[in-house]
Design a binder for this molecule. Structure first.
Ligand SMILES: C[N+](C)(C)CCCC[C@H](N)C(=O)O
Length: 264
């Protein structure tokens, strides 16, 4: 199985993440100390995404990434490969994302002298506490919503990227850096706009059960959120998601393409 896509996905995801970190932190108005944990998690997750995407295309079209400029895969195959990558990366992402959301939602600990310490002291302590209090399955709380969020929207992600690259690149040639940046940025925006409704639900499911269980499942969470807050609830955070998505995914795709060309 070709592995360079996994490695390129690892490095490019980490670079994109460094750029996106400030946006991620304001997104939930919480705080999130340090970057080693997100870097470690994106290493696994982005490498699974890009590695599975490329290897699925290899299975579907019998072309390796070096041959795909000359023999471009169909959009159906690109979408299916993106969905497969999204589906598998969602399961790797689930525990990391849960920990991130739980830490970001902690209230400011140092606000008042004498106020109770935060529930979780850091990512490892958070993982251990969830495991102890909610069991192994607790680490996968919200995973179902995450999978529903990422499977189709990762299809949209690669479809937008490839579509825009092809639009602005003469046939058989590699896209220019400017094209890759713009196509990557818009792929990020398109997929995040599509992903935002389920992103809201996913985060609520991940916070559920901390004190008591409020939602019975994904559908119940959707219905009661809409009932209480109206349809606008599905677009919460769409602006900040898009603002973050452009630079993060422009850099992710640029470095991914660059590394793959470097390795032949
Ligand atoms: C599928 N979904 C829209 C959720 C994400 C698509 C882009 C993934 C990228 N690592 C990022 O963090 O922006």
């Amino acid at each position: 199985m070709p592995v360079e896509e996994f490695v390129a996905g690892w490095i490019s995801g980490a670079l994109g993440l460094v750029l996106g970190h400030p946006f991620d932190t304001v997104k939930l108005l919480g705080f999130f100390k340090g970057m080693s944990f997100p870097i470690a998690s994106i290493a696994v997750v982005n490498s699974v995404l890009f590695g599975v995407y490329s290897n699925t295309l290899l299975v579907l079209t019998a072309t390796a990434h070096q041959e795909r400029r000359a023999q471009p895969p169909s959009y159906t195959h690109i979408f299916l490969a993106g969905c497969t990558g999204g589906f598998l990366q969602a399961y790797c992402l689930a525990p990391f994302d849960l920990i991130k959301v739980r830490l970001q939602n902690q209230t400011e600990p140092m606000a008042q002298p004498g106020s109770p310490p935060p529930q979780y002291r850091g990512p490892v302590h958070c993982a251990a506490s969830i495991f102890r209090e909610e069991g192994y399955r607790g680490l996968f709380r919200g995973a179902w919503a995450l999978m529903l969020r990422d499977t189709p929207t990762m299809g949209v992600y690669f479809l937008t990227y490839e579509g825009l690259c092809r639009q602005y690149t003469p046939e058989g040639q590699n896209p220019s850096s400017a094209t890759v940046l713009v196509a990557g940025g818009f792929a990020g925006i398109a997929s995040w706009v599509a992903a935002t409704p389920l992103d809201v639900i996913k985060s609520r499911m991940q916070m559920d059960g901390l004190r008591r269980r409020v939602y019975q499942g994904v559908l119940d969470c959707m219905v009661s959120s809409v009932r209480q807050e109206g349809l606008g609830v599905f677009f919460r955070g769409v602006t900040i998601n898009s603002a973050r998505a452009f630079p993060v995914n422009a850099v992710t795709f640029l470095s991914y393409e660059y590394l793959l060309r470097l390795w032949g």
